[in-house]
Design a protein around this ligand. Structure first.
Ligand code: XMP
Length: 511
């Protein structure tokens, strides 16, 4: 069983970041949504030897949303507990402190004054800038606790109760907070989980796990040429040798040239997939379908059906999939999580498949998977430069119904974006750069005539793990060239817009 920290998510925007920061400190952590109540949180004990618990921030007031039971459970376990923002107020409330309207709300950078340089505030100096976002505050400390810090709007900005329970009003997980990572490091030194997580060290363990599960049987692996599915298939290949059959399904929704690129990438990394051409089947099934979730479900179902047919033909009893941790969380594949999107490789697959699904990477974030790829000596092109392409491909980059004509437009526009970004040699630090065909139409003038055509959206983002993303500030000249080429080379496009929305509040893909 994995040893680590359980982060309880009370619906705060940054709960995921907490889990990421802990992993950066080489400490395994899982995110448990509070929505399913205490019972669903207790489920995590089956997968995790819990050495510490963090209570995240959340939008509610401690007087509206009652999560007292969860906080009591956390405190009574006797492991180190850290409450952040809402979590801090919740701990204070159940320990008998006074929580109420703050003397003033604090939003954004706030100066925190250290009153007692206790362990978790070690090396923070006398004053530091921390990012806060709250209307309520802890006004009086719980009896028997000690105040560690204050700020203009928080008389008790940090407190300590017993030796192992801490509350802080600010968000150490956010980059704008000074010493944020230091705070986690300090707190983690109280747990026995720090430094035990190294994704690369787990290669042998994963290979053994696959071997033990599959035994003498055969497995197929669904591969797309992306990092996750390639790494999962390579690990399975190490475990099973020729008893692993990689399968690449051409669903006809790939960007221009992607099928060729993917196959050559797979070959370079030692995988010779069976290629199944099924574009007609997918396009037929998607006829008339407009909703993004429905498109995803249809693609997922068909994908599963094709894999199932192949498994039957090959007598394979297992399917290896490159599902990663954010897919698991966003698809609501465990109790208490919200379904954000039905990622076709998790929620989209039918439940009654005739094989068992093995997801060797389901606990890893994307950058950890890249690390494993590097350790496996896979090509740099794969782990350093490969853009993630969503499983449903261009189906989620065409707003509304998919037609051959629209596919052709978005493919050409996407190719231009790719060419211009790559020839400017700025792609090394980008997460994704692509075109979306919006459902809008806009007026233009082409050759002295009024034109009424499509609007192409250019989306270029930087990210570490796709949980958050920033809009890339790419040189203006590159954007101009992209717009000129798209409107010049595609007669039905009258307008090109650059999406300047970060994630959150937007997602990376448009659908
Ligand atoms: P969003 O749009 O949720 O995307 O910010 C986060 C990352 O996931 C990719 N993505 C998908 N991948 N199936 C996939 O396999 C999907 O349905 C899907 N939707 C989004 C997206 O490209 C980004 O890297």
């Amino acid at each position: 069983m994995r040893v680590g920290v359980l982060v309880i998510d009370f619906g705060g925007q940054y709960a995921h970041l907490i889990s990421r920061r802990l992993r950066e400190l080489r400490t395994f952590s899982l995110l448990a949504s509070a929505e399913g109540g205490l019972d669903s949180i207790k489920e995590f004990e089956k997968n995790l030897n819990i050495k510490g618990i963090i209570l995240s921030g959340g939008p509610a007031s401690v007087w509206e949303a009652s999560h007292d039971e969860i906080a009591k459970w956390a405190i009574n376990r006797g492991v180190p507990v850290l409450g952040i923002c809402y979590g801090h107020q919740l701990l204070a409330k159940i320990l008998g402190g006074r929580v109420g309207k703050a003397p003033r709300g604090e939003f954004g950078p706030t100066t925190v004054e250290v009153i007692n340089e206790n362990l978790i505030l070690k090396n923070h100096g006398k004053r530091f800038r921390a990012w806060m976002s709250h209307n309520d505050a802890v006004l009086e400390k719980p009896p028997g606790s000690m105040i560690l810090a204050k700020s203009p709007g928080s008389p008790v900005a940090a407190f300590k109760y017993r030796d192992e329970v801490f509350g802080i009003q600010w968000h150490p997980e956010v980059h704008h907070t000074e010493h944020g990572i230091k705070l986690f490091e300090n707190w983690l030194s109280l747990t026995n989980a720090k430094g035990l997580w190294n994704p690369g060290d787990l290669i042998n363990e994963i290979v053994k796990m696959i071997r033990d599960l599959v035994r003498e049987s055969k497995a197929i692996a669904a591969v797309s040429g992306g990092v996750d599915s390639t790494v999962a298939a390579v690990l399975a290949k190490i475990a099973l040798g020729d008893r692993l059959i990689p399968i690449f399904i051409d669903h006809g929704l790939h960007p221009e040239g992607e099928v060729k690129r993917a196959i050559s990438m797979l070959n370079k990394n030692g995988l010779e997939p069976l290629i199944i051409e099924a574009s007609g089947t997918f396009l037929d099934a998607l006829k008339g379908i407009k909703g993004p979730e429905e498109k995803r479900r249809i693609i997922g179902r068909l994908y599963g059906k094709i894999l199932e047919d192949e498994a039957l033909k090959l007598n394979a009893k297992f399917l290896i999939q490159g599902t990663i941790y954010p897919d698991v969380i966003e698809s609501g594949a465990r109790p208490g999580a919200d379904i954000i999107k039905t990622h076709h490789n998790v929620g989209g697959l039918p439940r009654d498949l005739k094989f068992r699904v093995i997801e060797p990477l389901r606990w890893f974030y994307k950058d950890e998977v890249r690390e494993i790829a590097k350790m496996l000596n896979l090509s740099e092109e794969l782990w350093k430069f490969k853009q993630p392409i969503p499983g449903p491909g261009l189906a989620v980059r065409i707003e509304g119904e998919i037609t051959r004509e629209k596919l052709e437009i978005v493919r050409k526009a996407d190719k231009i974006v790719r060419e211009e970004v790559e020839s400017a040699n700025i792609h090394g630090k980008l997460w994704q750069y692509f075109a979306v065909l919006s459902a809008s139409k806009a007026t233009g003038v082409k050759g002295d005539r009024r034109a009424y055509g499509h609007v192409i959206v250019v989306r270029i983002v930087e990210s570490r793990d796709a949980m958050t993303a920033n809009v890339a500030r790419i040189p203006w000249g590159v954007l101009e060239r992209i717009a000129t080429r798209i409107t010049g080379e595609l007669s039905s496009v009258t307008r090109v817009v650059y999406d300047i929305t970060p994630k959150p509040p937007a997602t990376i893909e448009w659908e």
